[in-house]
Every structure is written in C-alpha cells, then in structure tokens.
Ligand binder design. Structure first.
Ligand code: NAD
Length: 342
C-alpha cells in the first residue's frame, strides 16, 4: 500500500494540498497497525498535519439561499425543472442554453416566482462560449456554487452504419464534450473560492446500460459517468469542498425526443432519418412522453446535492438492468440481447 501511495505522491505537485493529503496517508499507513493502533509516537511533520486538518474540515453544500447555480440546457425539460427547484431554495441562477426564445420564457416564469435569474445564449460544443458563460456569471453573481452540466441531445444510431458520422459527432460534442468543457472551465474557480460547492453531471440510464441502436448516446453518457466517477474521487482526495453527483434517469417527459430541433443547419441535409430510424424515433417519442415529470427528477437532484450523494437513479425499475450488467461482467456472460428500450 505504501509503495502505491508513494507512486501517487510522486505525481503530485510539491507543496500542494493533494501532496499533503497523500503524505498524510503514507504517514498513517506507516504508523497505524491493522487494528487501528498508533505504533509510532514520532510527531507528524507539518505537511501531514496541514493535510489532515484540511481534509477533516471539508464542508459540503448545505446552504442554498443567496448562492449561485449555473445550469446548462436550463431553458427546458430537466434543466428548467432543476432551475425551479434550486430557485425555490433561494439560489440565484444563470441559465445557459442554445435556444433563445425558451430561455426568455423560462426566465420570465422564474422571475414571476421571485427568483433572481440571468440567461446566456450559447453552444456548449464551443469552449470559448463556455468560457463566456463562466465570465458572464462571474460578472453578474461572483462565485459559482452549483454547476449543472445538463445540456444534451438524443442522437446517433447503429454502430455498423457508416453514413451518420456527423450525427455521432454532434451528439458526443454536446453530451460529452459539453460536460468536459463545463468541468474544465468552472471547476478551478469553484475549488479556489473554498466555499461548499457541487457539480451535477447529467448522464442517463444509457450511461450504465448500453441499449441497441443508440450507440452515440450510450458512448456520450458512459463518458459522463466515467468523468464524474473520476472527478468525485479527485475532489475527495484533494480535500476540496466540491461534491459531485451524476444523474442517471430513464424516461422523463421532456423535449429530448425532438432534439433535432437544435441540429445546426449545415448538418440537416445529411441527417435525414432512414425508415427504421424514423420508426425508432416515433417509439422513443411515445415512451418519453409517458416518462416521469421533470420535477420528480429535480427533487431527486436537490436531495442528492444536500446529502452529497453521488448516484442519482430516478427509476427504481431500472436497478435490475444495472445489476444484470454487473453480473454479466463478473460471470463472463455475453451481453443479453433482450434489453429493449430502457
Ligand atoms: N428526457 C429523458 O428521458 C432523459 C433521460 C435520461 C437523460 N436525459 C438527459 O437530460 C438532459 C436534459 O435533457 P431533457 O430531457 O431535459 O431534454 P430537453 O430537450 O427538454 O432539454 C435539453 C436542453 O439542452 C439544450 N441544448 C441542446 N443542445 C445544446 C447546445 N449545443 N448548447 C446548449 N444547450 C443545448 C436544449 O435547447 C434544451 O433546452 C440531457 O443531457 C439528456 O440527455 C434525458
């Protein structure tokens, strides 16, 4: 264990908080026996004490009133529901979205409920526009305490088809790169201000189980889950005050099945659906329309942030798919083909 920690310690910047925490772990591993008894009475070196103190005083997000939330894809669906829930808790909001008219309508209805809200029209695929979203938020509200990387689209079909690469790229650029950019741009300042903060990344049940004919979506959402798991470990190891959650819903009654309303005009001609894709899309539309209300998801997100809970699964009936997949992995069974729509 000590050699593993030492290897990790060597990769950390000298004098950093992570280095202090790793040093503390090495120190504890060397000085505490398997029964948890202290076996070496030498005083701890200063970086160890600083590291231990830092991780011991980490405080996670409990206060919402007067704090600032940034929600991407905040103009509709799950993003708007989260805006209403966190706004009702007294947070001031920056809603970012590519759709100008729904953004304005969302802001108007939130303001009518007494919520302080600003909007920012942007494309989450563009790093400079994510920077601009950050800067506009900092100018208006100062520090960010809650970041919901939520903007997303449903797109991309069969893996073996070769004519829909643009659709795959568009989907992954928004669903995965949008979340990566959000983390890259917002996290350093959120860590640096030192107040309790939280990141919620919207993945999907499709980030835990891979249904057929939705490869690009699955890839993007598995990526969001992997990114979030990595991030939560890093935030804890580094002793930051930033909590992390990953949202993995099944069907929610939103506009996700009409995601192609946001297709850039230059991509439209190459993205006419085949008959099979059109049929699949109609089926998805019907299932999404019968999904749970976005407010139920928003309540679950609020509870998870308050409790600092990582996994947010909103549909109990999907738990069996996750355990079935885990069982297949450890037993060596091939993925079942009777998954259907999840
Ligand atoms: N609705 C579901 O059944 C469901 C299930 C699992 C996960 N999700 C995820 O929830 C998230 C929210 O989707 P929703 O269901 O509320 O759908 P929605 O279409 O109602 O909302 C998505 C929002 O993202 C915005 N958006 C799209 N492309 C953008 C871009 N390039 N830049 C900035 N904003 C952009 C849209 O304008 C829209 O307001 C998505 O990440 C989606 O994948 C939805």
């Amino acid at each position: 264990m000590i050699s593993e920690l030492k290897q990790h310690d060597r990769t950390l910047p000298r004098g950093s908080v992570p280095e202090a925490v790793a040093t503390a772990m090495i120190f504890v591993a060397r000085n505490v026996d398997l029964a948890g008894r202290w076996v070496n009475l030498a005083p701890a070196p200063l970086p160890v004490r600083v590291g231990l103190l830092w991780s011991a005083t980490t405080e996670l997000m409990q206060e919402f009133s007067g704090r600032t939330a940034v929600i991407t894809g905040g103009a509709s669906g799950i993003g708007l529901a989260m805006a209403k829930r966190f706004g009702a808790a007294g947070m001031q909001l920056m809603l970012g979205d590519i759709e100008a008219a729904p953004l304005a309508t969302a802001a108007e209805s939130l303001r009518a409920d007494g919520v302080t809200v600003e909007t920012f029209e942007f494309d989450v695929r563009e790093l400079d526009q994510v920077h601009a979203l950050h800067d506009a938020t900092a100018d208006r509200f100062g520090d960010v305490h809650l970041l919901c990387n939520n903007a997303g689209v449903a797109g991309g079909g069969a893996v073996a088809a070769s004519d829909d690469l643009d659709m795959w790229k568009w989907t992954i650029d928004i669903n995965l790169w949008g979340v990566i950019y959000g983390c890259k741009v917002f996290l350093e300042p959120m860590i640096a201000h030192g107040e309790p903060a939280h990141v919620v990344n919207t993945a999907s049940m499709a980030g835990l189980v891979s249904g057929p004919r939705m490869g690009a979506y699955n890839v993007s959402k598995y990526g969001v889950v992997a990114l979030s798991e990595t991030l939560t470990r890093e935030m804890a190891m580094d002793g930051t005050s930033v909590g992390v959650s990953v949202l993995c819903p099944a069907f929610v009654a939103t506009g996700i099945a009409e995601s192609d309303r946001n297709l850039p005009s230059e991509l439209r001609p190459s993205m006419q659906p085949t008959a099979e894709e059109a049929g699949m899309r109609d089926m998805v539309k019907a299932v999404v329309a019968g999904g749970i209300d976005p407010s139920v998801v928003a309540d679950a997100v609020f509870d998870a942030v308050e409790a600092d809970r990582f996994w947010i699964l909103t549909h109990d009936e999907t738990h069996a798919f996750v355990t079935e997949r885990a069982d297949e992995i450890v037993s060596g069974a091939n993925p079942s083909t009777d998954l259907g729509l999840i």
